[in-house]
Design a protein around this ligand. Structure first.
Ligand SMILES: Cc1cc2nc3c(=O)[nH]c(=O)nc-3n(C[C@H](O)[C@H](O)[C@H](O)COP(=O)(O)OP(=O)(O)OC[C@H]3O[C@@H](n4cnc5c(N)ncnc54)[C@H](O)[C@@H]3O)c2cc1C
Length: 273
């Protein structure tokens, strides 16, 4: 949807043009890609949670990888009753399996599968027979069989590392950060994409109003604080979803919290942002 909208607006899209180096020349960004050097009044860095370009531009704050990541993959199933719901199954906080509908067509439903896994256990998981893991997942969630039956080898799922960054700045002309390169966080609250789109909309607005240099400063005013608030929330809540303990604390806190006036609203608000 976004790609087609961008084309309609006249954007030129180039694939496989990796940005290799960033420099500055007379207050413009000098960008080296596999296709050569180009100058830009403003260069938007959007290379994701493990961004290398935020370091190359001198905008990086501190960043670290979470102890827990996830196995994930996408699978078509012909039928799925909850085609508009993200469903998750937990055993404490150390086992979590999620199935999220990502596309619904006449072919069926494309489900994204997530399974929490500690980074230091990934090698061990790869060495064990895949059937051991699918049996474990099946025991947690028997109705997930249409997905689990498709997993025959370790290579049918990828391993995602989750990162958290503490942004120092949202930009300094001629560079600006958007999306995960600005505010990488664990995806437990499911807000990364929403925030990335909000960044893009705010940046367009600020640059239209004030031009590339002043626009970046206005963008920073608009986006840095909300990004930090969200990231703090994400950091605090992530151990309730993935960790070696806290399952009981989470269950009690959420069960009690749901009955406290204002808390259900705040929970929905944090997800809907
Ligand atoms: C397993 C998992 C589950 C998630 N679930 C959800 C969810 O349910 N809801 C949600 O909102 N968010 C979720 N997220 C987070 C979401 O995916 C991110 O917040 C979102 O993709 C950030 O978008 P982005 O454009 O900033 O970065 P990315 O989507 O990471 O895009 C970065 C792009 O930059 C490209 N790139 C990198 N380096 C270079 C370079 N040097 N030159 C050129 N291109 C480069 C990459 O190829 C990539 O295409 C999840 C993340 C993970 C890992």
């Amino acid at each position: 949807v976004l790609y087609e909208a961008a084309l309609r607006e006249g954007a030129k899209v180039r694939f496989s043009a990796e940005v290799q180096a960033l420099d500055e020349l007379e207050q413009q960004a000098l960008v080296t890609t596999s296709e050569g050097d180009e100058l830009f009044d403003l260069f938007i860095i959007a290379d994701g949670a493990a961004s290398r370009l935020r370091t190359a531009s001198g905008l990086a704050g501190t960043s670290s990888a979470y102890r827990w990541g996830a196995l994930w993959g996408q699978f078509w199933v012909p039928e799925w009753t909850a085609s508009d719901l993200l469903l998750q199954r937990y055993r404490g906080t150390s086992q979590m399996m999620g199935l999220m509908p990502t596309e619904v067509t006449e072919r069926g439903v494309r489900l994204s599968l997530f399974w929490s896994l500690r980074r230091d256990r990934h090698a061990e998981w790869r060495e064990a027979p895949i059937d051991e893991w699918t049996a474990n997942a099946r025991a947690l969630w028997p109705e997930a069989e249409p997905v689990l039956a498709q997993i025959q080898s370790h290579d049918d799922v990828a391993f995602a590392v989750y990162r958290h960054s503490w942004p120092r700045t949202a930009g300094r002309p001629p560079y600006v950060l958007v999306g995960d390169s600005l505010h990488a966080a664990s995806p437990q609250l499911g807000l990364g994409t929403t925030l990335a789109v909000q960044d893009a909309l705010a940046l367009v607005h600020c640059v239209h109003q004030a031009g590339p240099a002043e626009g970046v400063r206005a963008y920073e005013q608009a986006r840095l604080q909300p990004a930090r608030v969200y990231q703090t929330l994400s950091r605090v809540l992530t151990p309730c979803f993935q960790g070696d303990r806290l399952g009981l604390v989470r269950d009690v806190a959420f069960a009690v919290g749901r009955r406290v006036p204002g808390v259900p609203w705040a929970m929905k608000r944090s997800i809907a942002y």
